[in-house]
Design a protein. Structure first.
Lengths: 306, 383
């Protein structure tokens, strides 16, 4: 099976707040540095990735951030307009449809439709033979996937729609999207986790659901924000004694060191648990002691990705 | 700085809202446990399919029925439990089924909906149906009146507002009136709907196919006798959310992104005229002693005490890193308080250990319920 960055489409997934955007951008920087034409996709109009590059909002456009690296924010409404136009081929007909009550009602109210057209756009970006006019060919499409609060709902959407529509165009297109998702040769996922008790449990559960229920390949688990081991046990003991007998700055600094030592140790225990509980290779990424993560932080992580 | 119990005094419902990964589930559980310890009968509802809440409450699993948390567990952690703590995890499908059964005029209509293929898919698998049902369950529990306080852990959508819109979207979808009319292209309906609509329907058929449209029309027809009931209910759910006895607490983390989202969410609450109660910031780095400008001296002082310059350097470096995060957090929280025009920012520190059990919840509650000190009998057993 090809390695993560040798695939055509990679979903970066995990719970909210684990650093998916940072990892997605870092993977993008790494792939671009290796000479791959890469695009990082965001899916909920958050523009977190463009913020990394101190770029103004990219919107529903493929904007070049650096050499070989593009970014797009996939807006479901725009995706829908583009999709319908590709189907109807006549702009006036599309506009007529979008103005009709029946369409705006169905488009707004049907659960999961936003996710479906979003995945449709991702599929389009990953085609070597792009459907949109003058579409650029990408070697790699990286998706900063929505938080997996709903389990694996996002990646399951095509399959669900395929079974809602038993026959007809929605059925066959949804099946086509699902075929791409479960294509282990070209599509993969990276799970981002944190070195804490429950995020580790959740990542293990996510891995098994992605494999068994979605059928997508899981290529990597990134354990993010791992504290450095700055102090040995012996040093930590000395510092704890020092903290007990001091005041002011020395005491505060010694306590901060003891606390860091405790966290670093419990995180190592979580790392070991994670390694036992998942089948996928686990890689670690360091906690970056920076007030706000920017492109340089992502570059730093990109160098450490493997 | 008001404590959580002051904010929630006289409230029936507490809705914890915020983006994913900020500790919303843990905070909801801690608030519920804290209020229960103070004598209320509290139920915490989670929509998170992960087993976080069950784990933290010592329950093996949670389902669509409320389960009581064993009071002995609290005693084991040194917490005096004067009330009752109950917990449940929302099962969107089961809730939807119950709702249909309640709204259906007769058994035949009920079975027609429950047996509909499209219904079975949307009520179960698709992203979004959970938000649709969260509000419904909250409403149902509130109407039953079994609990003094309901604490809702909202779904971790990136767009924290989706769930507010849920009752309206649900009704809109089930209503499907326009489609029902359009699918009968002959007769009065078509004439009423007009030619433009018929053309639009023709275009739609080209895109989604006739069969799917026919299936959808059948789905909407199955619901036809329940639309009014659903609408009335959605209206009541909305007024419950806006009721002065409901309280929204915004939960966030201290970093730039979660704070930006909390500000955004607060603005939306105010715009929607929903009752905002306060904001809780989790995992805050705050030094017990704030020190400025003695960096150089500190290194020397550490070296003198430790007799080891290299170690002193690492300790000072670690402290500087920590201080930088603490200053960032302080700045972000100040910005948050300004934006929300509130002094009610409750900070929970970045604890030395992860919170994943009742002891951890009690530790958090020392901060959430801090200002009413005589009631901080809820001291952590291991503190």
């Amino acid at each position: 099976m090809p390695d993560l960055l040798d695939k055509r489409l990679v979903f970066v997934t995990g719970k909210g707040g684990v650093g998916k955007t940072t990892v997605a951008v870092a993977l993008g920087l790494r792939a671009a540095a290796e000479g791959k034409r890469t695009i990082v996709c965001e899916v909920s109009s958050q523009e977190n990735a463009s913020r990394f590059f101190d770029h103004t909002e990219v919107g529903f456009h493929e904007v070049e951030m650096e050499e070989n690296l593009w970014s797009i924010s996939i807006d479901p409404d725009e995706s829908m307009r583009e999709y319908v136009l590709l189907q109807l081929k006549v702009r006036a007909m599309r506009d007529l449809l979008f103005r009709s009550r029946i369409f705006s009602y169905l488009a707004a109210a049907t659960p999961g439709l936003k996710e479906l057209v979003t995945i449709g756009k991702i599929w389009e970006l990953a085609q070597l033979d792009r459907k949109v006019k003058r579409g650029r060919k990408y070697d790699l499409v990286i998706v900063d996937a929505p938080a997996t609060g709903h389990g694996i709902g996002f990646l399951q959407t095509p399959r669900t729609f395929a079974s809602i529509a038993r026959v007809g165009p929605v059925h066959s297109q949804a099946l086509q999207l699902n075929r791409l998702i479960v294509d282990h040769e070209h599509t993969g996922t990276a799970i981002v986790a944190l070195p804490e008790e429950m995020p580790v449990n959740e990542s293990a559960a996510l891995e098994s659901e992605l494999r068994s229920e979605v059928g997508v390949a899981v290529d990597r688990v990134y354990l993010n924000a791992l504290y450095p081991e700055r102090f040995s046990n012996q040093e930590a003991e000395r510092l704890a004694e020092l903290a007990a007998g001091e005041n002011g700055g020395v005491r505060a600094a010694a306590r901060a060191a003891v606390s860091e030592h405790g966290r670093a140790r419990s995180q190592r225990a979580q790392l070991a648990r994670l390694r036992r509980r998942v089948e996928t290779p686990v890689r670690t990424l360091p906690f970056l002691f920076e007030p706000e993560l920017g492109v340089e932080s992502a570059r730093e992580l990109a160098r450490r990705l493997h | 700085m008001p404590a959580v119990d002051e904010i929630l005094a006289g409230k029936d419902i507490c809705i914890c809202a915020g983006s994913g990964g900020v500790g919303k589930t843990t905070t909801s559980a801690a608030i519920a446990a804290g209020m229960a310890a103070r004598g209320l009968k509290v139920c915490v509802l989670t929509i998170d399919p992960a087993k976080r809440l069950a784990d933290s409450l010592g329950l093996r699993e949670l389902g669509n029925e409320a389960k009581r948390v064993d009071p002995a567990l609290f005693e084991r952690h040194g917490v005096e439990m004067k009330g009752e703590l109950w917990a449940m995890m929302l099962d969107a499908k089961a809730t939807f089924d119950e709702l249909v059964a309640r709204q259906a005029p007769d058994e035949e209509s009920r079975d027609r909906v429950l047996g509909n293929r499209i219904y079975q898919q949307i009520s179960n698998a698709l992203a979004g149906s959970q938000e649709y049902m969260a509000m419904e369950k909250l409403f149902e529990l509130h109407t039953e009146g079994r609990f003094d306080l309901l604490v809702l852990d909202t779904p971790p959508t990136r767009n924290a507002l989706d769930f507010l819109d849920a009752p309206r979207r649900l009704t809109q979808f089930i209503e499907g009136r326009s489609l029902r009319v359009f699918m009968k292209p002959t007769g009065l309906a078509a004439r009423v709907a007009g030619r433009g609509a018929t053309v639009a329907l023709g275009v739609l058929k080209r895109i989604v196919g006739f069969d799917l449209l026919a299936d959808l029309a059948e789905f909407f027809n199955a619901f036809s006798g329940m639309v009014d009931g659903f609408q009335a209910r959605a209206k009541r759910v909305n007024s419950l959310l806006a009721d002065p006895h409901t309280c929204f607490l915004v939960v966030c983390g201290p970093q730039g992104e979660p704070v930006r989202e909390a500000v955004y969410f607060h603005r939306k609450l105010v715009e929607a005229k929903l009752p905002f109660g306060g904001v809780i910031v989790n995992k805050v780095h705050y030094p017990t002693e704030r020190l400025r400008g003695d960096g150089g001296d500190l290194g020397a002082a550490l070296a003198a005490r430790l007799g080891d310059e290299e170690l002193a350097g690492r300790v000072a470096g670690n402290f500087a890193d920590y201080q930088a995060l603490a200053e960032r957090d302080a700045g972000n929280i100040e910005h948050l308080a300004d934006e929300l025009r509130t002094k009610g920012v409750i900070r929970v520190p970045y604890l030395d250990e992860d919170v994943h059990d009742l002891g951890g919840l009690a530790e958090i509650n020392r901060y959430l319920f801090a200002s009413a000190e005589e009631r901080v009998a809820l001291a952590a057993g291991r503190a």
